[in-house]
Design a protein around this ligand. Structure first.
Ligand SMILES: O=C(O)CCC(=O)C(=O)O
Ligand SMILES: [Fe+2]
Length: 311
């Protein structure tokens, strides 16, 4: 792989007592990059270790064991090449396998699929704990994002966006040894995330790249190095729409570096019934709303259907 420039993303401290200055930094980061590192977020390094350990155990199971939990209702196992985020780039699909965990509360909680207790006894409790902890960091971050948008810090809460949020945990495994024939193989081909915000943890193996200006051709890709213990946070398309394109949902991809890689993404999306309407604080006479209001659930279902061919 040709040398790519390493991006120095802004670092946001979630526990800083100076919330106004933190909110200002978040605003700059979301306008300029759509990506930043989040530190002092409250999820312990030890828990990251356990989540990556359990993830490795699951993906090491025989394929027929994993296939018993094949993805249904956007929960469970999705095998290598199942997903093609960018159909125009490679016909084969992305060389990654993944596992989705959906909301742990509310009516849909029973749709989750779990590896059997006999095979992986600590798996479910580890993932549930991680889900809760990242959710709590994510909610704190969203109150700072509200401040960054010149809104009350509980704006999204009051709107109901954070009641039973449609948040999905996604464990990812890039085998790294997939023989690349004549076409380039992507771990994850170029895409932007669909939702509000994503909090990503990786095992430190490189490969994540962003394209800061998708309108400029040819696309220029820059590497996002891992930062130990930090989340890599990015803005999704729904948030871009909500902010009338003030915040960017930045294109990114994962290149295979010939090395196995694990990562864990947490897609924090609002309650399905939440209406996503361009925020007044992001609109003006010279910059009117660019999108009509849309129900969050309808928007996401449509996007997921487009990627997988079904929900
Ligand atoms: O694995 C990574 O580093 C990124 C994964 C990603 O972009 C995604 O699942 O949306
Ligand atoms: Fe992504």
């Amino acid at each position: 792989m040709a040398e790519t420039h390493k991006l120095e993303l802004p670092v946001i401290d979630l526990s800083s007592p100076d919330r106004i200055s933190t909110a200002n930094s978040i605003r700059r980061a979301c306008v300029e990059y759509g990506f930043f590192y989040l530190v002092n977020h409250g999820v312990e390094v030890e828990l990251f270790g356990r989540v990556f350990g359990e993830s490795r155990k699951f993906f090491s199971l025989p394929l027929e064991e994993k296939t018993k939990l094949a993805r249904r209702e956007h929960r469970g196992y999705s095998a290598l090449y199942d997903e093609n985020l960018n159909p125009s780039s490679s016909s084969k699909g992305d060389s990654k396998e993944s596992f989705y965990v959906g909301p742990l509360e509310g009516e849909t909680r029973n749709l989750n699929q779990w590896p059997s207790q006999e095979v992986l006894p600590s798996w479910r409790s580890t993932m549930e704990l991680y889900y809760e902890k990242v959710m709590s960091s994510g909610k704190k971050l969203i109150s700072l994002i509200a401040l960054a948008l010149n809104l009350d810090e509980d704006y999204f809460e009051t709107l109901g966006a954070l009641d039973a949020p449609a948040a999905f945990l996604r464990l990812l495994h890039y085998p790294g040894n997939v023989a690349s024939s004549d076409e380039e193989t992507y771990g994850a081909s170029a895409h932007s995330d669909y939702g509000m915000i994503t909090l990503l943890a990786t095992d430190g193996v490189p490969g994540l790249q962003v394209c800061r200006d998708k309108t400029k051709h040819p696309w220029i890709w820059e590497e996002v190095p891992n930062k130990n213990g930090a989340f890599i946070v990015n803005i999704g398309d729904m948030m871009e729409r909500w902010t009338n394109c003030l915040f960017r949902s930045t294109f990114h991809r994962v290149m295979s570096v010939g090395q196995e890689r694990y990562s864990v993404a947490f897609f924090l999306d609002p309650n399905e019934d939440c209406l996503v309407k361009c925020l007044e604080s992001c609109c003006s006479e010279s910059c009117p709303p660019r999108f009509p209001p849309i129900r969050s659930g309808d928007y996401l279902t449509e996007r997921i259907r487009h990627t997988y061919g079904s929900y």
